[in-house]
Structure formats: structure tokens, C-alpha cells
Design a protein around this ligand. Structure first.
Ligand SMILES: Nc1ncnc2c1ncn2[C@@H]1O[C@H](COP(=O)(O)OP(=O)(O)OP(=O)(O)O)[C@@H](O)[C@H]1O
Length: 329
């Protein structure tokens, strides 16, 4: 049974010409302990998907569909039950640790908050657990006292504190939304290693949200490619990187500085950006959302694209999918 099962998730905001769809029929599942990557350009709806799962969508959002965590449908749970579930069963790491952490509270307080809320630990046991968690994420005593404030730490150290907060109650699912965007490449690699290590050690499922296919290749067993509020391709990392089928996925790959690391046979003289931009939520049609930027579009693409199963665990929503190996070599 899936740990997380999202079905037909649709999120709209009021727009000038009626509801603007930021998510449109998003469906996917995450098995216990599985690492799933969600990849797409800025504005594709990755963060909205995460916020919908956390029950933290901005005011004004209308939500339809189902988000099941085990036996609970999160969209029908009352707020107190959702509140109890956040931190205890699902935790999230945000893009920018400086804005996600409270600047006027010590890191020890913030790591201990979830423990106080969800676990009946005495003060001494809680303080011990805070120390243990900070140690676990590479912030050992005495250098990193729980009495430090966020501004006394570097960006990478602050993201380690966020990971400690997320780990505090040993949730079943960790959602990491671009956790390394604000970090330099060396720190990025260390933080990604830490996330992989702690999730694997506790058999915690991971949803890694990123715009970078290289990060997906390093962290995910299964990949969801999002474009304009929809999932346009989905597959195991192995199958998808061996034969990406959606022209959008191929475009992302061609634009990724990590492409050669993912596939040493790739022949690509320089980075090729995808021309154009993601359509705004109010401008989206029912046809293929990528048609306006797609080199393979035909008049057929004004209709909703069919979902084609290419192989076990690999599917694409496209009228003209690429054949294996076509397009980027
Ligand atoms: N409060 C809001 N009201 C209306 N639309 C919003 C709101 N917040 C975000 N959006 C729109 O929702 C769409 C999806 O945004 P989202 O943040 O999920 O994208 P993303 O893929 O995570 O991009 P990024 O990597 O930049 O965070 C965007 O077009 C954005 O403009």
C-alpha cells in the first residue's frame, strides 16, 4: 500500500477570467521508504504540490481531489488532526532556511518544538534529544550549542538545523523543496548526502523537489516531471534517464549542467535553454501545455495529450513522444 497517494489534485486561485489552475489533475503515489523526485522549471507547481500535501496552501486556494496518507484523506481532515500529523508523520524542508527558521529563537528551541508538541518527553529527555539530533545532522557540541541563534550559523549549517527539525519526530515522509537552492555547490552536495543518509537510515520516504535533473539523478528512485501544473512524464530514474520521452524532459536535460554526469555518452556541445516560458496559470488551455514551446508540436496538440505507458513504471502525456535515445544525443 502506498504511503502517500495523490489523485486528481487540482488547485485553483481566483483569476480575472475565472479560476486559474496552478495544479491540474496531478496524480502520483509514494511507497514507504521510497525516494521520489519532482522536477520542473520555476512556476510549474512543484511547491504548490508540496504545500497541498502539508495542508499549507496560501489563502484563496480551492482544492479538489484526494491526498491520502495511509488511511487518512488529508483534504477532509479537520485542522487539529492535520496539525498533529505535520511534523509527526510528514515533515518539510523549505528552500531558504533563513526565512523558514525563526530569527529570534535559539536553534535548540526550534529543534525541540516538535518534540514538545508531539512526544511526551520531560525537559531533560527533550534537551538530550535536541543535542542528539544536532549531532546527527553534523552540528556537534560544544561548537554548536543549542543556545545559538540562526544568524550565528552559515547557510549550510542552518539547513542542517532544518533537517534536525524535520527528523525530530521521525516522520514517515520528508518533503524537501529545493533544499539546496541557497547553497554553494560543495555545501549542496553535503546537504544532499545528509538528506539521503538520514532518510535511508530511518526508512523514511523522500519527495525531493528541484528544478535540477542532476539532483534528481543523485537522489530519486522515481521521477515525476511537472510542467504547467501537470505531470507530463513519470518513470523510475533508471528508465527515464535511459529514454526520456517527453520533449519537455529532453529540453530540461539538454539545459542541465549535470547532463554529462548523468549520461557520459551525451553529445551536446553547449547548454541549450528551452525557448519561451511556462504559461501563467490563467493562460493555460486543456491541450498540451508545452505545445507553445515544443519543437515537435502538430495541430493535434491543441487536444489533451494521451497518457501513454511506455514500459513498466514509465509513462508520458504526449502525442509525439521521443523514441529511446532520440533528441538529446
Ligand atoms: N498565492 C498565490 N496565488 C495565486 N497564484 C499563485 C500563488 N502562489 C503561487 N502561485 C502560482 O502558482 C504557480 C505554481 O507555483 P509554484 O511555487 O508551485 O511553482 P514551483 O514549480 O514550485 O516554482 P519555484 O521553483 O519557483 O518555487 C505559479 O504560476 C505561481 O505564480
Amino acid at each position: 500500500m502506498a504511503l502517500l497517494d495523490v489523485r486528481d489534485l487540482t488547485v485553483t486561485f481566483p483569476g480575472k477570467a475565472g479560476p486559474a489552475h496552478v495544479l491540474d489533475g496531478v496524480s502520483f503515489s509514494v511507497a514507504p521508504g521510497e525516494a521520489v523526485g519532482i522536477v520542473g522549471e520555476s512556476g510549474c507547481g512543484k511547491s504548490m504540490t508540496a504545500l497541498a500535501v502539508m495542508g499549507l496552501l496560501p489563502p484563496g486556494a480551492s482544492v479538489r481531489g484526494h491526498i491520502r496518507l495511509g488511511a487518512d484523506d488529508l483534504l477532509t481532515l479537520p485542522e487539529p488532526a492535520l496539525c498533529d500529523l505535520r511534523g509527526r508523520r510528514i515533515a518539510m524542508i523549505f528552500q531558504e532556511p533563513m526565512t523558514a527558521l525563526n530569527p529570534v529563537r535559539t536553534i535548540g528551541d526550534q529543534v525541540g518544538e516538535g518534540l514538545a508538541l508531539h512526544l511526551a518527553l520531560g525537559r531533560r529527555a527533550r534537551a538530550d534529544r535536541v543535542r542528539e539530533l544536532l549531532d546527527r545532522v553534523g552540528l556537534p557540541a560544544p561548537r554548536f550549542a543549542p543556545s545559538l541563534y540562526p544568524h550565528e550559523l552559515s547557510g549550510g549549517q542552518r539547513q542542517r538545523v532544518m533537517i534536525a527539525i524535520a527528523l525530530a519526530c521521525e516522520p514517515d515522509l520528508l518533503i524537501a523543496d529545493e533544499p539546496t537552492t541557497a547553497l554553494d555547490v560543495t555545501t549542496e552536495a553535503r546537504i544532499l548526502d545528509l538528506i539521503l543518509e538520514v532518510t535511508a537510515a530511518s526508512n523514511m520516504a523522500l519527495v525531493m523537489i528541484t528544478h535540477d535533473l542532476g539532483i534528481v539523478a543523485e537522489t530519486a528512485e522515481r521521477v515525476l516531471v511537472m510542467y504547467a501544473g501537470r505531470i507530463v512524464e513519470e518513470g523510475t530514474a533508471e528508465r527515464l534517464f535511459a529514454g526520456m520521452a517527453h520533449p519537455y524532459t529532453a529540453g530540461l536535460f539538454a539545459a542541465s549542467p549535470h547532463a554529462v554526469e548523468i549520461d557520459p555518452d551525451v553529445r551536446r556541445p553547449r547548454l541549450a535553454a528551452i525557448p519561451g516560458t511556462v504559461p501563467e496559470p490563467g493562460e493555460r488551455t486543456t491541450g498540451c501545455p508545452f505545445a507553445g514551446r515544443c519543437p515537435r508540436r502538430t495541430p493535434a496538440c491543441i487536444e489533451p495529450p494521451p497518457r501513454i505507458a511506455l514500459a513498466e513504471g514509465h509513462g508520458v502525456a504526449c502525442f509525439h513522444p521521443l523514441a529511446a535515445g532520440e533528441g538529446v544525443r
